[in-house]
Each structure stands twice: as C-alpha cells, then as structure tokens.
Write a protein that binds this ligand. Structure first.
Ligand code: AMP
Ligand code: GLY
Length: 443
C-alpha cells in the first residue's frame, strides 16, 4: 500500500488527490495544505506543514513529514515550491518527488530565462525585448506600436501580463511595473513582446528526462468575463480535448516545442522531469507559438483532463520517476468541461468566509459525470459535526464544476446546471466556457 503527498491547495491539487485516491494501491493521500474538498475526499486528509517561512525551512518541513509518514511519492502542484527547489531538496533526502528541478523550473520562474531558452533552441515564440528602465521600455513601445504585450519578469500568479490595446495602456503597464512596483520584485524587470493572433491551447506533458507522455489537450479561458473580455485571471474554466489542436498541430508541437525542451535541458545537464505545460497560440496556418511555459500542470486544465484520465495517475507518476513513461495513456473519449466559480472581487481581490450553499453531496455525482473540485475553500468551523454544510470561500477561485458528456456543449450544460445550484455572496462565473469548441460543434 502506498502513501502519497500532494503539495498545494487549489483545484488542480484536489483533482490530483482525487485521481490518486482512486487507485486501490493507495492507502493515504495527504494534501498540504489542501482545501475543504481535499479534506472531504475519501482516503484524503489535509496536513499543515509548519515552517518559519524561508525556503529551507519549508523544504525541511516537507522532508520531515515524508520521512515520518512513509510517503512513497510527492506530487508538487504549484510553481512556487518547484522554483525554490523542492524537488532537488527531496531528491537529496532520498524522497521520490515528481516535478522539475529548480534549474528546469526557471522556464516558468523567469520570463527572461524562458525567452532566451526559446531563442537559443529555435522554439517558435513572439519576438520580445527585456527592460528595467521605463524610458527605454516606452521608446521600444513607440517603435513597435500597439497592440503589444507587457509582462512582469517573475512569478505573478498569472496576473503579471497586460495585453495593451493602445500605446497609453502600454505606458501605464510600464509605469505600474517599473515605476510604481505594483508587482514587487517580479516586476522590476519587464518583457515586452509582440502581440500574437490566433486561438490559445494548453499543451501539457509528463516528461521523465527522456520520454514524453502528452496529456489530453485542453483550452483555458484566461479573461475574467464572457466573450473573453476583462482582466487576465489564473483561468476561469477549461475543457478537454481542444479541437484547435488537430493531429497536425499536435505533431508540430511535439517536434517544434516539447522535444527541443527535452533535448536542450539534457544538453545543459539538467534533464527535465515532471509536468511541462506549453501555453500556445495557434495561428490561422496551424502553426504553434509558445506564449509561456509552466513547469507544472495547469489550473483549471487539470480538472477536465483528469476527469478523462482512465489510467492510474499513481502508475504514471511511478513510471515517470523510474524513467519509464509510456508514450500514451488511456482517456475517456468523452470531452470534459470545468467552470470556475470565483469569489467577490476576483481577480483584483478575493473574498474569504462567504458561506457556500448548494454543494452536491460527494456521492451525488450522477454516474461520476459531474465533479465539483474545490480550490479556495475551507471550513468556517473545523470542529463542526456536519462539516460539509460549513464550507466557506477562502480565495479567488473557489470551485471548478467539471462535467463529462458526449459533446462539449452537453458538458457545458451539465456543468452549468450544477454551477447554477451553488451560491455564495459575490459568486461569479462565465456561462460561455467552451465557446470556441461549441462554435465548431455547431458548424
Ligand atoms: P501568460 O501569463 O504569459 O500566459 O499570459 C496570460 C495571457 O495573456 C495569455 O494566456 C494570453 O491570453 C495573453 N498573452 C500573453 N502573451 C501574449 C502575446 N504575445 N500575444 C497575445 N496574447 C498574449
Ligand atoms: N490555467 C493557466 C495556468 O495554469 O497557468
């Protein structure tokens, strides 16, 4: 029997924990720190790993927990611990941890590293230039014209990107990041890049240093409001598969993007292990351009992708850790679609403590066709007897209602029906998740 530790507290981690718990070989899935959903999931329990806040102390809290609880594998959800080297630290301590090393995680941790890496390895991406001085940045904007994209260099939780429609908006973003320091250290250096036109897709793989196992394709919805308007968010909903990734596009992504990452990291002496997420723009001609790399599974993409996974996640990670990833996995042929319900004020702010009503019972999921993954949730009173009735909001993205159905539009309808029954003060969600694929289905 196996014990697993999942690091993180989002919808992605709920989906990963739920998938791991389904495997009969698994005894316990610990989630650190987890959310109300992971606390309620069979075989799963949340753990609080106490650290004094610095990286070394966080790493040793995780390592101590693994050693004291006979953990067989650690699955790291979010980018922050990967960027600070949790996988390196676990390996040094003899613990099996699935994810990239700190070196490889720079692909997400530094936009400048990622852009230089792509340039050196001929990976298609938008033309760009890096700046630390507002005057020089603005001169470059004048030269390039609008629309143009301004990005904070470091980690900014998906929110450090401004797609400026006008020169004025671009100037404003430069002033925010370089002059006013709105994004802190993450924004003390900016990358300005060419605006790419096309349709986005998320291409996520498991990589064991050598072998590549592509996950089912997916598409996220980054903007806060319907019709892909409003500010960028961490993602308001996703579905899988993404029809924009045709067989031809899939092959191009594998040969032009993913394989070059694997080869270049090997040449640098730092084999890439873990999930790798290429955020792509696919142009009219079906050519992919990398918008960004993430060194982890996507959120909310994980939720619909793992709804469709029929292979054991635990077996896949074990094979990955052993350097023996297969080249494909078993997927439910039906599409899945997840709708994020966010809290009041998201993405600028988020609201905590709003009581969530209308959550379906855990086993009330009609033939496993709808699953409510939790993200920013907790219990108002951790000692309450009927804890399920006491779930409250605890962050920006609160839930992801995910449905599996015969078509994307049926999955959207099924997810909307459950989403509509859930309520809390200030709840907001998009009714048009999947619109690109549904337009294709209808034509
Ligand atoms: P990122 O955090 O780099 O993924 O950017 C967030 C979102 O901004 C992306 O999902 C795109 O919707 C948009 N975006 C980023 N870079 C570009 C670009 N060069 N051209 C067009 N849209 C972009
Ligand atoms: N859904 C976008 C991300 O995970 O970065």
């Amino acid at each position: 029997m196996m014990n697993i530790l999942v690091i993180g507290s989002g919808g992605r981690e709920h989906a990963l924990a739920w998938q791991c718990a389904k495997d009969d070989k698994v005894n316990n899935v610990y989630v650190a720190p987890g959310n109300a959903g992971t606390a309620l999931e069979p075989k799963c329990q949340n753990v609080v790993l106490v650290s004094t806040g610095d990286n070394a102390s966080e790493h040793s809290a995780i390592i101590d927990f693994c050693q004291n609880n006979a953990i067989d594998m650690v699955i790291v959800g979010p980018e922050a611990p990967l960027v600070t080297g949790i996988v390196d630290a676990c390996r040094d301590a003899g613990i099996q941890a699935w994810g990239p090393t700190a070196y490889c995680a720079q692909l997400e941790g530094s936009k400048t590293f990622a852009k230089e890496f792509m340039e050196q390895n001929n990976i298609p991406t938008a033309a760009y230039k890096g700046f630390t001085e507002a005057v020089a940045a603005k001169a470059y904007i004048d030269e390039q014209g609008a629309p143009i994209v301004i990005k904070a260099d470091g980690l900014a939780a998906g929110k450090g990107v401004i797609v400026a429609e006008t020169i004025e908006q671009a100037y404003e973003a430069i002033d925010d990041m370089l002059a006013d320091n709105k994004f802190g250290d993450a924004g003390s250096r900016v990358v300005i890049e060419q605006f790419l036109q096309g349709e986005e897709a998320s291409f996520i793989c498991m990589i064991d240093g050598k072998n590549i196992l592509p996950m089912a394709t997916s598409q996220d919805h980054k903007r806060a409001f319907e019709g892909d308007t409003g500010p960028n968010t961490g993602g308001m909903g996703a579905y899988s598969p993404a029809p924009v990734v045709t067989q031809d596009v899939h092959e191009k992504v594998m040969t032009q993007v993913i394989q070059p990452v694997v080869d270049a990291m090997n040449n640098a002496g730092h084999p890439y292990t873990g999930f790798l997420y290429a955020g792509l723009m696919i142009d009219e001609a079906g050519d992919p351009y990398v918008i960004e790399f993430n060194c982890r599974f996507g959120d909310p993409e994980t939720q619909p992708i793992l709804m469709r996974l029929q292979s054991s996640m635990v077996d896949l990670v074990a094979q990955g850790l052993a350097g023996q990833l297969p080249s494909d996995a078993q997927w439910d042929s039906r599409p899945a679609l997840g709708i994020v319900i966010a809290s009041k004020g998201y993405p600028e702010t988020s609201s905590k403590g709003d009581v969530i009503a209308g959550l379906p019972e855990l086993d009330d999921n009609n033939d496993n066709a709808v699953k409510v993954f939790h993200a920013g949730t907790t219990f108002s009173d951790s000692d309450a007897i009927d804890r399920e009735k006491e779930v409250v909001t605890n962050g920006g993205r609160v839930l992801c209602v995910t449905a599996l159905a015969d078509s994307i539009s049926d999955a959207q309808q099924a997810a909307l029906a459950v989403t509509g029954a859930i309520s809390f003060d200030g709840a907001q969600y998009r009714r048009d998740i999947g619109h690109h694929a549904i337009a294709r289905e209808n034509s």
